[in-house]
Design a protein around this ligand. Structure first.
Ligand code: C2E
Ligand code: CA
Ligand code: CA
Length: 663
């Protein structure tokens, strides 16, 4: 197609160029001829004018006619000769006939002159000659004009025809150009278009190829659609179903249960302390563990049962098509099988990892007959298993919902209690056993509940910590204690150090340090009079912000104590690197003093460690004299416990010249 266009274009180009050249030659020829003819017509005209001027001069030379006659004759002959020359060929015959008669007249005239050259004759002759010559040249002129007009009309016609042919040829030339260059130049300029063009040509000429290509395309679309659906319904890491897919499968199964008269079990697993593994060994190991965990579980799944990964370390298992009344037993059997299988450690990149899982179980229809209810209830069951101490399972019970509802209710109540000033701070003294003087006081919160009476912190602090209400409540506590410290500072000579318990969530608060600083300024108290107590777990997974908050507050002169020391995960080897000033020995170690069955070695180790690191010590939960004496002996002098005083309201604390007195 492209080649034939070129050939056609080239041929047309050549023909048109030739035609135009011919046309131009013709036009030039015609133009020269016309110019020639115009020149001749003009010359005849000129002759005519000359003749009339001659005849005028003849008229003027009346007396010397004889002299003029030969010249006149001669002149007339010359003019005739010129006229013959100028006249167009085809008029030659007419004209020559006319001239011949003129000539014969002139001959007659000459004869007459020779025989009788009288003046009368001459006058008559003159008149006749003039008349004769005028006629001859009038005729010649008329003929020439007629010819000129005819020639002009012809030329006009021919030029019109020629220009039409010229325009047509130019159009053909343009078309030839287009055909020639479109077929040849465009593909060079746009190679891609040419390729597409070629492909299109191939496709259109090969019908089978078109069908095959279309089929292939359709297949690809189908594949990518399938991939999209797969990606949307599966977990990338384990390739198990994801949460969305699991919910869909669960709702399908619930529908099937109606018609089949069957039931199902939902099992919810959560790896215990997975966060620790992730934090200590890194996400790569964490991911590999999740994969190995999912593979081990997959081996225990059969038939239409479905295992899904619905969150970081959370897996769900749907046991389908169970016989009514047997679901609980089957589910329990499966859960025990899983817990047994998990007893064997995983080997991840030469790390032998022992992991356990907590499991919640919910059965249809007793624990819910729709997806949402079942998921909510199995979550409550899992939470219950976790609170029972991990590596165990729990079935859903309606009590769990009640507890969850109570939790929600309590959260609302705590919010109201802050607004209604139902919280109150108690203070428990810390006494120097050598001097029996109060050297410190720990602020401990109480809730004056309008219905339930005075509530201790374990009843509401953990709930506040779960809902982040602890940040609001925590700030209320600090404000309240600072206010009290300001009063004591004004009235007492020497102020004992006041300890405030704070939670990790507070240290995570972006503006925590700033708020504390503002309160210090507001109440005009000294930061060195305040100690913040934090638990060991703070340092288990502490963030940079937590550490920054501690360091910034210490820089402002606040002290930090590590609370319940020895009960958590503190590793003695890194205690020296923690930004703390005081170690509070937990009651658990103090209890070992009175009980012969318990070893006091850990207690002694802590005392030696604190002395070695230059950290201050406070013994908590000291209840009897024997414990006090023992601690004094071991050089642990600051004692907090019921032996000296229970936590009491600020109003019960007074001061005398000896220091702080308790009423
Ligand atoms: P904690 O910080 O270890 O506080 C000491 C707890 O031991 C207090 O219980 C106190 O009453 C109790 N206690 C002190 N001496 C003795 C003793 O000789 N024998 C016995 N059996 N117990 C003793 P409380 O006041 O019920 O506080 C419990 C926990 O609640 C505290 O433990 C602390 O972790 C938390 N808490 C208390 N007040 C606050 C607070 O204002 N903010 C925060 N975030 N937590 C607080
Ligand atoms: Ca404490
Ligand atoms: Ca404590």
């Amino acid at each position: 197609m492209r080649i034939s266009a070129r050939v056609l274009g080239a041929a047309l180009l050549v023909i048109t160029v030739l035609a135009i050249t011919t046309l131009l030659v013709m036009a030039v020829f015609m133009m020269t001829r016309t110019a020639d003819f115009q020149e001749k017509s003009k010359a005849i005209n000129d002759v005519s004018i000359k003749v009339s001027s001659i005849s005028t001069s003849i008229g003027m030379t009346n007396t010397t006619a004889t002299n003029y006659y030969p010249r006149l004759f001669e002149g007339a002959n010359k003019i005739i000769a010129q006229s013959l020359e100028l006249t167009a060929e085809h008029e030659l015959t007419n004209l020559s006939r006319l001239l011949l008669s003129t000539q014969s007249n002139l001959v007659t005239l000459e004869a007459a002159f020779s025989s009788d050259p009288s003046s009368i004759y001459f006058t008559n002759l003159r008149a006749q000659i003039i008349l004769q010559l005028s006629r001859i040249f009038e005729e010649a002129n008329r003929q020439a004009n007629k010819n000129y007009l005819q020639q002009n009309a012809l030329l006009k016609r021919d030029l019109t025809i020629l220009s039409s042919i010229g325009v047509a040829l130019l159009s053909i030339l343009l078309v030839a150009f287009l055909i020639y260059f479109k077929g040849f130049l465009l593909p060079i300029i746009n190679a891609q278009a040419s390729l597409r063009h070629k492909k299109y040509k191939e496709l259109s000429t090969n019908k089978q190829l078109v069908v095959t290509e279309l089929e292939l395309l359709f297949h690809t679309i189908q594949l990518s659609q399938k991939q999209l659906i797969y990606d949307a319904t599966h977990d990338e890491l384990t390739q198990l179903s994801n949460r969305a897919e699991f919910k869909q499968l669960l709702s399908n199964e619930l529908r099937l249960n109606q018609t089949r008269k069957t039931c199902s079990a939902v099992i919810y697993l959560d790896i215990d302390d997975f966060k620790n593994i992730n934090d200590s060994l890194g996400h790569v190991i964490g991911d590999k563990l999740l994969l190995a965990f999912s593979r081990r579980l997959s081996r225990l799944i059969n038939g239409t049962d479905c295992l899904a990964r619905i969150g970081g370390d959370e897996f769900t298992l749907l046991l389908t098509n169970l016989k009514l009344g047997f679901a609980e037993d089957i589910a329990l059997k499966k859960v025990l099988e899983i817990l047994r299988a998990l007893k064997e450690p995983f080997n991840i990149e030469s790390h032998p990892l022992s992991v356990s899982s907590s499991v919640g179980i919910a059965i249809t229809p007793v624990h819910g007959n729709d997806g949402d209810t079942l998921m909510r209830n199995v979550d409550a069951a899992l939470y219950d298993a976790k609170s029972k101490g991990k590596a165990t399972y729990a079935f859903y019970t309606s009590e769990l919902t009640e507890n969850a509802e109570n939790l929600l209710k309590t959260e609302h109540e705590i919010k109201d209690a802050i607004r209604n000033d139902q919280f109150v701070m108690f203070y428990q003294p810390q006494v120097d056993a050598r001097t029996e003087k109060v050297v410190g006081m720990e602020a401990l919160i109480r809730w004056e509940h309008p219905k339930r009476g005075l509530l201790p912190p374990p009843e509401f602090i953990p709930i506040a910590e779960k809902s982040f209400l602890i940040q609001e409540l925590g700030m209320w506590i600090i404000n309240n204690v600072f206010q009290q410290v300001a009063i004591w500072q004004e009235n007492w000579k020497r102020l004992p150090k006041i300890s405030i318990n704070i939670s990790t969530f507070q240290l995570e608060q972006v503006d925590f340090v700033e708020q504390v600083q503002n309160l210090i300024t507001k109440y005009d108290i000294r930061a060195s009079n305040i100690c913040f107590e934090i638990t060991e777990s703070t340092f288990l997974n502490y963030s940079k912000r937590t550490l920054d908050s501690i360091n910034n507050l210490r820089a402002l002169d606040f002290e930090f104590a590590i609370d319940d020391f020895g009960t958590g995960y503190s590793c003695l080897s890194y205690i020296n690197r923690l930004p703390i000033d005081i170690i509070k020995i937990d009651k658990e170690f103090i209890d070992s003093i009175a009980q012969p069955s318990l070893s006091t070695s850990p207690l002694e180790a802590i005392i030696i460690l604190a002395a070695g690191l230059g950290l201050k010590l406070v013994a908590e939960g000291v209840e009897d004299e024997h414990q006090v004496e023992y601690l004094k002996q071991k050089k642990c002098y600051v004692i907090q416990g019921y032996y000296y005083s229970k936590p009491i309201p600020a109003t019960m604390i007074t001061v005398n010249s000896n220091g702080v007195m308790l009423q």
